[in-house]
Design a protein around this ligand. Structure first.
Ligand code: C5P
Length: 212
């Protein structure tokens, strides 16, 4: 079973990354690694991965700025994570048109995984998601109620879910609550044996999915 997306926010040994690439369903790269490695470093890391490369820049800007940013990265990956709260017109709408043209996918953040996030404005975010019709959504493993709501509202969307391990949710929680994939970072790249950890997590995911 391949339901782990590795959130690589710190570098890992190239040999380990090569072995990991066939074990995970994708890799998520964000600002920490981009700023540390530069684009050339990122290119080298991504040589090991041939699909489902997600850039998590949490884009939240006007259309032309987001299009400029994604233009720099579009040849390196498949998908971009974008904040929904920034709104549709003159922002997400134009970015979506651009990404569609480039055959790239967009994930909208439906809710964050940390305590400070406020889901009171989910009804607004839901409207933006409906207007955008993105490929997928990011919804938190740490907040089962909102994750289930997002799944109910958008059953056809691919849901990727962070918050497992370091942020408190248990392996398999998000899958049981409607996520398609679990995004896991520190619990993997900080472990002594990242590949062994991935294999162990996959076993737990399978067991949990059989129970829920
Ligand atoms: O290390 P950890 O497993 O907590 O990593 C989670 C990853 O998912 C981080 O890269 C974090 O920025 C990202 N993320 C999140 N919550 C969201 C969206 C993305 O934790 N709502």
């Amino acid at each position: 079973m391949n339901k782990i997306i590795l959130a690589l926010d710190e570098p890992l040994d190239y040999k380990i990354l090569k072995d990991i690439s066939s074990q995970v369903a994708g890799i998520k790269i964000g600002w920490p690694l981009i700023l540390e490695q530069g684009l050339e470093g990122i290119k080298n890391i991504l040589k090991n991965f041939d699909n489902n490369i997600i850039f998590d820049l949490k884009l939240a800007d006007i259309d032309s700025t987001m299009i400029k940013i994604t233009t720099h990265l579009k040849n390196l990956g498949d998908s971009f994570i974008v904040h929904a709260f920034v709104g549709y017109n003159e922002s997400i709408r134009e970015l979506k048109e651009f990404l569609d043209k480039e055959n790239k996918k967009m994930y909208l953040v439906s809710s964050m995984s940390h305590k400070g996030w406020n889901d009171n404005f989910y009804p607004y975010i839901k409207e933006v998601i409906k207007m955008t019709n993105p490929y997928g959504l990011v919804a938190p493993a740490t907040r089962p109620k909102i994750l289930k709501t997002v799944k109910k509202d958008f059953p056809e969307k691919i849901i990727i879910s962070p918050g497992i391990g370091a942020q408190g949710a248990k392996i398999g929680d998000a899958l049981c609550n409607g996520a398609n994939y679990e995004i896991i970072g520190r619990s993997i790249y900080n472990s002594k044996d990242p590949i062994g950890t991935i294999l162990e997590f996959q076993k737990i995911q399978e067991e949990r999915l059989n129970e829920c």
